[in-house]
Design a protein around this ligand. Structure first.
Ligand SMILES: Cc1cc2nc3c(=O)[nH]c(=O)nc-3n(C[C@H](O)[C@H](O)[C@H](O)COP(=O)(O)OP(=O)(O)OC[C@H]3O[C@@H](n4cnc5c(N)ncnc54)[C@H](O)[C@@H]3O)c2cc1C
Length: 498
């Protein structure tokens, strides 16, 4: 079994792998899998802090709290760390199943890259030095091929028209990207969906600009143009230095040679090395009770744990499955019932086409709307990464043939392997990176960030800066750890107030 997955790493139950020889197999090897799955030091099961969730928010919170001297219990539903960010090493090559690209303009992430001495681990996804060196714009009318320089010029022109609501490329409406609601005028634009904004400018777009822009907004949103807030793209733009090149650089260029799980693992090992960390994986929790003197959490298997504070890092789309006592504040409940709209599919293909290493394509009407050469595998094959959106949903495990067809409809390729994680059907994510529908970003952010008695909430889904990114998760976990440290009076606070 699994002979084409040689790896001495433990296997997660998450993710899927397909090859022509073995067909579809569930589960993938990963550095992020933790064995043994439970290590609880204190028999009395009372801790200073319980952290629920071991994504980057939970890992940052647990590590910082443990380093400051607090006793920490980390409870995670899965068999691995990383949450929506994890990699699987297959034949020594890392496939990123979720969060991937990072950048020095993402301050919390880069603080950690420095801390762990990982600057030399950064590499660039794109390689335009060999092969076809071409971009294809694929529409029902046919394929228009061009150079990458022409691709950038086309998208830059279209995206600038899309963004430019104030004549200064959004600098006026969003002057402080890490305080996105600083200018109250932004509320006006938060009423618009991406489709509304395209409608406002469509007469000013060439047919190619319109098609490229439709693909681009679907790539960013992972939802539908008519349910994604224009506001979130303005945020990306402002965070990406108010430029198209900045969005490319910050969002799809620099990744870690060893895969994201090699980064997440450092947080976990550092927390463990303090001697203050207990943990239980494969421990989904179902109920959180906040009491005057602390918190009680009840796992789905009936086990109960208590602590002075609880840091809940459960994603927005999953929070509704947790029972809170007393009930959450009405505004938080409303925000949870609205949720976030990103149901993107991210799929990798290893293809016997070395020439596609320098290829990229946008196809707004395909199930995979955006794809490009992301690496060369140890077999000398090209690794293509592709993204689909909820407007045309793709669930590869339900029909691999449709998935392969979606790849070959982009450009002919000889597919030898498909690797993916279905985030939409994942009970502990129920979606991909956070994208809000119109109105949510300006109405509910404070409610999502608010505490509930002794429960603190931390997740990238309500970060102030790079919300929906790894950076936002680290921002949030660090914020919650500082609150716990201050309230519980530890002698050695570990990070700064955010
Ligand atoms: C396909 C995809 C591509 C992405 N690309 C990028 C990118 O290139 N760059 C980037 O910066 N970001 C990217 N992101 C976003 C990034 O991955 C997330 O924003 C970030 O990882 C979220 O971290 P978090 O800790 O806030 O939440 P999560 O990672 O979701 O962590 C929450 C944890 O809580 C656990 N949990 C849930 N329910 C329970 C329960 N009941 N009991 C116990 N535990 C529970 C989950 O299993 C999970 O481990 C991408 C995301 C996806 C899905």
């Amino acid at each position: 079994m699994h002979s084409s997955l040689p790896s001495n790493l433990p296997r997660s139950q998450d993710g899927f792998h397909w090859t022509p020889q073995e067909g579809l197999q569930p589960g993938l090897p990963s550095l992020g899998v933790i064995t043994p799955e439970t290590e609880i030091k204190q028999a009395r099961q009372t801790h200073d802090v319980i952290v629920v969730g071991a994504g980057y928010a939970g890992l940052s919170a647990a590590r910082n709290a443990a380093k400051s001297g607090l006793s920490v219990l980390l409870l995670e539903a899965r068999d691995r760390i990383g949450g929506r960010t994890w990699s699987s090493n297959i034949e020594g090559y890392p496939y990123e199943l979720g969060g991937t690209w990072i950048h020095w303009g993402q301050p919390h992430t880069f603080r950690e890259i420095y801390h762990y001495g990982m600057k030399p681990d950064l590499e660039v996804s794109q390689d335009h030095s060999r092969g076809v060196n071409r971009f294809d714009l694929i529409t029902p009318d046919g394929t228009k091929s061009m150079s990458h320089k022409e691709e950038d010029a086309l998208l830059e022109s279209a995206v600038r028209k899309f963004i430019d609501v104030d004549g200064v490329l959004a600098r006026e409406v969003m002057p402080f990207p890490h305080t996105p609601n600083a200018n109250p005028d932004i509320a006006k634009y938060d009423k618009l969906s991406m489709a509304d904004r395209i409608d406002q400018i469509k007469d000013d777009l060439t047919p190619s600009e319109l098609a490229a822009l439709e693909g681009f907004v679907l790539l960013c949103s992972g939802g539908k143009a008519n349910n994604t807030g224009f506001y979130d793209i303005v945020r990306w733009w402002a965070l990406g230095f108010y430029s198209y090149q900045g969005i490319l650089d910050t969002c799809v260029t620099y990744k870690l040679r060893g895969g994201q799980s090699s980064f997440a693992r450092r947080f976990f090992e550092e927390a463990k090395a303090t001697g203050n960390l207990s943990y239980a994986f494969r421990s989904p929790i179902s109920r959180i009770n906040s009491r005057d003197n602390g918190v009680q959490v009840i796992a789905a298997n009936g086990k109960q744990f208590t602590a002075s504070r609880l840091i809940c890092t459960i994603p927005l789309n999953v929070l509704g499955t947790i029972q809170f006592d007393p009930p959450l504040a009405p505004a938080k409940q409303q925000a949870i019932s609205i949720g976030q709209i990103n149901q993107c599919s991210k799929v990798h293909a290893e293809v016997r086409n070395p020439e596609l290493r320098s290829w990229s394509g946008i196809a707004p009407s395909n199930k995979l709307v955006y794809a490009f050469g992301d690496g060369t595998t140890p077999r000398g094959n090209t690794h293509i990464v592709a993204f689909g959106a909820d407007v045309n949903p793709l669930h590869p495990e339900e029909d691999v043939a449709v998935t392969k067809q979606s790849f070959t409809d982009l450009v002919p390729m000889d597919i030898q392997r498909v690797v993916f994680h279905n985030w939409s059907k994942d009970p502990y994510a129920q979606g991909a990176w956070c994208m809000f529908e119109p109105g949510v970003g300006t109405t509910y952010l404070d409610a999502l960030r608010a505490r509930h008695g002794n429960v603190l909430f931390a997740n990238s889904d309500w970060a102030t800066g790079w919300r929906g990114f790894i950076d936002g998760a680290i921002e949030e976990g660090s914020r919650a750890a500082v609150m716990a440290q201050e309230e519980l009076g530890t002698a050695k606070p570990v990070s700064h107030r955010l």
